[in-house]
Write a protein of this length. Structure first.
Length: 167
């Protein structure tokens, strides 16, 4: 297991280990050079039993989040999506880029809103995947200044699936 200080990445990695799913943990502190361009690394390469192996970028979010109790926060950066799509081209057939939204479920009264929950290191998580290309097609700009994008809740609900569908 790689040394990680992000509990969302740690939780996802422990989920993979617990289900004995083969994966490679990528050193996300280094950016790769591809055709003289700096390219953000994905977090994991996961060898799936499904149709595609996965190039995974984990996005950790609290559920609910903020003072108003927002649900289904799903923002990413434009760079996240662009780099995932470039990696998908580099790896070629048999690999597909996936955003994994790892929700730290912080209140027991919202647990019923999730298809599947996982307790890892005394925290409760729900994991959902969205294909990066589908996210990229449907995304809306969230903040031009921070170069972030997001999906409206209804669109996110249509595109997301429990992580078990991808593994």
């Amino acid at each position: 297991m790689a040394l990680r200080n992000n509990h969302y990445d740690v939780a996802f990695e422990e989920l993979l280990r617990g289900q004995q799913i083969p994966y490679v943990s990528v050193d996300e502190t280094k950016r790769a050079l591809l055709n003289d361009a700096s390219l953000k690394s994905m977090d994991f390469i996961v060898y799936s039993n499904q149709d595609h192996n996965l190039l995974v970028d984990v996005k950790g979010r609290r559920f609910p989040s903020g003072e108003r109790g927002h649900r289904w926060e799903n923002w990413a950066t434009e760079d996240d999506i662009s780099c995932l799509m470039q990696w998908q081209q580099v790896f070629g057939d048999g690999f597909r880029s996936l955003l994994v939204f790892a929700y730290h479920v912080t209140q027991p009264n919202v647990e019923s809103e999730h298809d599947s929950l996982h307790t890892i290191r005394d925290r409760t998580y729900a994991f959902y995947g969205v294909w990066a290309d589908e996210y990229g097609t449907a995304m809306k700009q969230r903040s031009p200044r921070w170069e972030t994008v997001w999906l409206p809740a209804e669109e996110f609900r249509k595109l997301r699936s429990p992580i078990s569908r991808f593994l």
